[in-house]
Design a protein around this ligand. Structure first.
Ligand SMILES: Cc1cc2nc3c(=O)[nH]c(=O)nc-3n(C[C@H](O)[C@H](O)[C@H](O)COP(=O)(O)OP(=O)(O)OC[C@H]3O[C@@H](n4cnc5c(N)ncnc54)[C@H](O)[C@@H]3O)c2cc1C
Length: 370
């Protein structure tokens, strides 16, 4: 019998499958549509939470752990598949709202305390220093918090590399266009999952179905453990390279890719499972982009898209066993941070599934288990 049934082929499902086979376990991966086309594809790929000082310790610890795992993962996937996910160390500048007339000293104190606590490089930049760092940015930014060590990754390429790596792996069978209709629950055990193509059985079942995970778990999860929050993005490809760093202002940001593309994000919309794009988001994001980087007004938006983030209470993901079932596990609910948190989440998930000591205290990620 297959060792693990993995339901959902986003970053969590593919990376979990990859890691399991590296330990010698067999995996059956089931995906509703095509692997790597939902939130994990739609995301911006910032390898850090936005305003990371606003998060609880459980997220800061997991972030730091995960960030450290990224370079080796990217090198391994690039060597194995020839696809480079382009981990790009750009730093991240968080503009402070002094330009809007408010006092920001408490945010700065909070950020500095957080950086000291986690030994993270963070500088307070004034208007002149921001101009030196990023000459094409609007001169209206009077103060910013600069984290030089933050990277971004080209998440669609990361997914492409992961898919190629797992497709080459003899221990993994991938079934796409195969939505799981329900879990086959029997007493305290899960036998597997039912699909229109038949039932799939395995020793253990892992739910990595992103925003759809709650639907699948049904009564095995408390209400509103995971729900969809839509995010929309725009893409520019200006001729000259206009941006070198990630720039965040409020909830919106600009992300530079290595080849000069600039991504603009994002919206936070509670609209259920609707992942269509809207004119309103287009207008808002375009106005934001051009206010921050005026030269962008000379270039067209070349793409707009939307994705459904798997939101969870306080944005804390569910990673570990599902309560009352001895062989049912979850790795979902990473909300705005699933790309940065993926390598660390998968590692502590697998440690829990295999009954090994965990690299971090996982209590905070086990709310579905309690
Ligand atoms: C606009 C936007 C910007 C973002 N920016 C960032 C960022 O900069 N940095 C960051 O760290 N994170 C970011 N995120 C968040 C991040 O993308 C998500 O947290 C992460 O991708 C979630 O991964 P996942 O594998 O859990 O979900 P998904 O990628 O959604 O994968 C779940 C998969 O499960 C499949 N599935 C669902 N139901 C079933 C079923 N019944 N049977 C079989 N398969 C099923 C789906 O088809 C899907 O492929 C962003 C998200 C969005 C939308």
């Amino acid at each position: 019998m297959t060792d693990f049934l993995v339901i959902g082929g986003g970053i969590m499902g593919m990376l979990s499958s990859y890691a399991l086979t590296q330990k010698g376990y067999s995996v059956q991966l089931l995906e509703s549509q095509q692997c790597g086309r939902e939130a994990s594809w739609a995301g911006g790929g910032i390898v850090s939470p936005l305003n990371p000082w606003n998060y609880p310790a459980s997220i800061s610890r997991l972030t730091q752990f995960s960030q450290q795992l990224y370079p080796d993962l990217v090198n391994q996937l690039t060597d194995q598949t020839g696809i480079d996910p382009e981990l790009y160390s750009t730093g991240m500048l968080t503009c402070q709202p002094a330009i809007e007339g408010g006092s920001n000293s408490s945010t700065i104190d909070q950020a500095v305390d957080w950086a000291n606590q986690y030994d993270i490089e963070l500088e307070i930049l004034d208007q002149y220093a921001i101009g030196q760092l990023q000459p094409d940015l609007t001169s209206a930014i009077s103060q910013g918090l600069w984290m030089p060590a933050v990277s971004n990754i080209r998440n669609p390429r990361l997914l492409k590399a992961l898919k190629k790596a797992i497709s080459q792996e003899p221990l993994i069978s991938i079934q796409e266009n195969c939505p799981v209709v329900e879990l086959l629950l029997e007493g305290e055990k899960v036998q597997g999952a039912a699909t229109k193509a038949g039932n799939f059985y395995a020793g253990n079942t892992l739910v990595t179905s992103g925003a759809w995970s709650q639907q699948l778990l049904g009564k095995a999860a408390a209400e509103r453990s995971i729900w969809p929050i839509r995010g929309q993005m725009l893409l520019y490809k200006p001729g000259p390279k206009l941006l070198n760093t990630i720039v965040l202002s409020g909830n919106q940001y600009l992300i530079p890719r290595k080849d000069g593309h600039i991504l603009v994000g994002s919206t936070l919309e509670d609209v259920g499972f609707d992942n269509t794009t809207t004119e309103q988001a287009y207008v808002e994001l375009k106005a934001f982009a051009e206010s921050m980087l005026p030269a962008l007004a000379d270039y067209p938006v070349i793409q707009q898209w939307a994705g459904l983030r798997p939101a969870s209470p306080d944005g804390i993901p569910h990673i570990g066993p599902v309560a009352n079932y001895e062989n049912l596990f979850i790795n979902a609910g990473h909300f705005r941070n699933g790309v940065v948190l993926a390598p660390g989440s998968v590692q502590v998930l697998i440690e829990q599934m295999l009954g090994e000591p965990t690299s971090l205290d996982c209590t905070a990620y086990q709310s579905i288990s309690r």
